[in-house]
Write a protein that binds this ligand. Structure first.
Ligand code: ATP
Length: 588
């Protein structure tokens, strides 16, 4: 049985509110506490008009207004205190929702399949973790709580208004209903503009990542202005769409505000007439008008909640899009092989592979076998499919047909962490991560002891460099190791792979030449490692292939010959030609 690397095909995208509830569920109790406090704030405010009516009554009947004044002051102070506590609890909960989303999204993105990463822009994915998740904060507080507390306060206020005067309530609701119809037209536009604004932020992140990742090349090509324009265009697009969203949000807010003013004027007119006919007294009209005034806040809250929800729904959709990219299953950290573990065997059997359905095949039935120990070199023209062999062994991709076996067992049946724990992989451009030399060396085996590190430093001839550096292993290497030379970066990458005590070492040789001394040293290192480990090298140097135990010659996605240097020189014209040029990675 093979172990699935891609997750099940995702079904239809759930609606934004379901996604939002998913993020909020772990924090439901603190959210509820915040909502209750917000309601209590509304509740204390709701009592004010009644106390005010009492005060007017007291004045009309020549009674002392001190109790009513004290009551109103107490209510105002309680209102402020409960309000402050409520907004702190809500804000804290919202930050926790953002944290939860960031953790989930970043964990997921680190598990993405390489094929998914090939199709995406890292800068855009970063924007989803940083900027889109931030929008969840407002959605949680303004939207969810706003809708809940604002809605409840609204209902409570309407009930109170009904109790005070049903006719005036009817007038008020008529005006509010008309405003609601207008809002129904505005709200979807906010969603559309917000989505486009967030997409543009993603595009800006992608442009920035592209430029900053290759700033030397951009400068050397004199392309700063053109690249600057691309970043600015994305930033301006985000601005344009955000302004559009702001325009519609402002229209929504003001529609609600205008409706309240109209309701106020209408109630004043109709209420005034009712006072004149003696249907209601002045105190009732004042209390009702205070409620109309008071209605403003929950209505603004509900309208704000709905508009904010549109922005949040757009962000949620972008987050969900990232969470639906194919990823590897979650797994535990695997134990590395013990020192001196048995070297691996490897075989490819009729492997066919292409990077995507719409791309041509890169492997057209690749077959070869590699015994335990010794060094196997892969040679062939550029684009022949050599590096792809390594990517398939690591299961960055899966073949379309055929099988790849490690220790006689199909790699598809291995637990991914166990498979990768058996392998040390040095990529062609030898990536070095920002951080210290030590961080880089221990990346694949943080538990390596000092003696192991020292041994690897010696093997890779990095010991001299470490001694020269004032901070030794703790020297920071800069973004992508820019403070190291190309050769040093390559040796750090090899040291890192060796510290994993690999049973199979994959070495994609750099096409750039090292200086003669370092090249010889590296050759000796690899030869040394090959005595106890199975080593596969994508070779670009004649000096590497001449010492290989066997050479696999690849051409246009096929293995055309296997043998030693001496055998192949005689038997394979392509190999003879490659060898004659010294540089084995010639262009097609
Ligand atoms: N991630 C990818 N997505 C799509 N196509 C790819 C990808 N990686 C490589 N290819 C294509 O697959 C083919 C084989 O690439 P591969 O890197 O395996 O060649 P190679 O023999 O290692 O070449 P070189 O000697 O130049 O490193 C090339 O035509 C390349 O354009």
């Amino acid at each position: 049985m093979s172990i699935a690397v891609t997750e099940a095909e995702p079904g239809p995208v759930p609606p934004a509110w379901r996604l939002l509830l998913g993020y909020v569920r772990p924090h439901r109790w603190s959210l509820l506490a915040g909502a209750i406090l917000a309601l209590a704030t509304g509740g204390t405010g709701l009592l004010l008009p009644l106390v005010a009516r009492g005060l007017i009554d007291d004045l009309a009947h020549d009674r002392s207004i001190t109790p009513a004044l004290l009551g109103m002051s107490g209510l105002v102070v309680a209102n402020a205190a409960v309000g402050a506590l409520g907004s702190y609890v809500l804000r804290r909960t919202a930050e926790s929702v953002v944290l939860g989303a960031r953790r989930a999204l970043s964990s997921y993105l680190l598990r993405l399949r390489i094929s998914a990463v090939d199709r995406t822009e890292p800068g855009d994915l970063m924007a989803r973790i940083t900027s889109d998740t931030t929008l969840l904060r407002e959605v949680t507080t303004d939207s969810l709580v706003g809708l809940g507390t604002g809605g409840l306060t609204l209902v409570a206020t309407v009930v109170m208004m009904g109790l005070v005067d049903a006719v005036l309530l009817g007038v008020t609701l008529g005006v509010i209903l008309a405003a609601g119809l207008v809002l129904g037209l505005i709200v979807p536009r906010i969603n559309r503009a917000s989505r486009q604004a967030q997409d543009a932020v993603g595009a800006m992140g992608a442009s920035l990542e592209r430029v900053l990742g290759a700033l030397r090349t951009v400068k050397a090509s004199g392309a700063e202005h053109r690249e600057e324009e691309a970043v600015h265009t994305a930033a301006e697009e985000s601005w344009r769409q955000s302004v559009r969203a702001a325009k519609w949000a402002a229209a929504a807010g003001n529609t609600a505000g205008l409706a309240m003013q109209i309701a106020f004027i209408t109630v004043l007119a109709v209420g005034g007439a009712r006072v004149a006919t003696g249907a209601v007294d002045v105190g009732t009209l004042v209390a009702f008008l205070l409620y109309v005034f008071y209605l403003m806040s929950p209505i603004q809250q509900v309208v704000g909640a709905v508009t904010q929800y549109q922005t949040g729904a757009a962000a949620l959709a972008r987050i969900q899009e990232a969470l639906r990219l194919p990823a590897e299953p979650p797994s535990k950290q695997a134990e590395l092989p013990a020192p001196g573990a048995q070297p691996a065997t490897l075989s490819f059997e009729d492997v066919r592979f292409r990077y995507a359905e719409d791309l041509p095949h890169v492997h057209h039935g690749v077959t070869f076998a590699v015994p335990a120990r010794g060094m196997t070199a892969f040679v062939g023209p550029s684009g022949a499919g050599k590096t792809t062999v390594f990517s398939l062994i690591e299961r960055f991709y899966d073949p379309e047909s055929g099988s790849i076996s490690l220790d006689g067992r199909d790699v598809a049946e291995w637990e991914l962490p166990l498979l990768r724990a058996a392998i040390g992989y040095v990529e062609q451009d030898a990536p070095v991560l920002s951080g210290s030399l030590r961080d880089n060396l221990l990346l694949g085996n943080p538990g390596a002891d000092d003696a192991e590190v020292q041994r690897v430093l010696k093997t890779t001839r990095l010991d001299g460099l470490v001694e020269r550096l004032p901070r030794g292993l703790d020297t920071l290497v800069g973004h992508r190791g820019t403070k190291l030379s190309g050769g040093e970066r390559q040796r750090v990458a090899i040291g890192r792979a060796l510290l994993r005590r690999p049973r199979l070492l994959l070495l994609d040789e750099a096409t750039s030449q090292l200086d003669a001394v370092n090249e010889a040293a590296l050759r000796d290192t690899v030869a040394d490692v090959a005595r106890s480990t199975t080593v596969l090298v994508v070779a670009h140097r004649l000096s590497t292939v001449t010492m290989a135990d066997r050479i696999v010659v690849m051409d246009a996605g096929r293995v055309r010959a296997v043998g030693t240097h001496r055998e192949l020189i005689a038997a394979d014209p392509l190999y003879a030609e490659l060898a004659a040029t010294q540089f084995l990675a010639t262009a097609d």
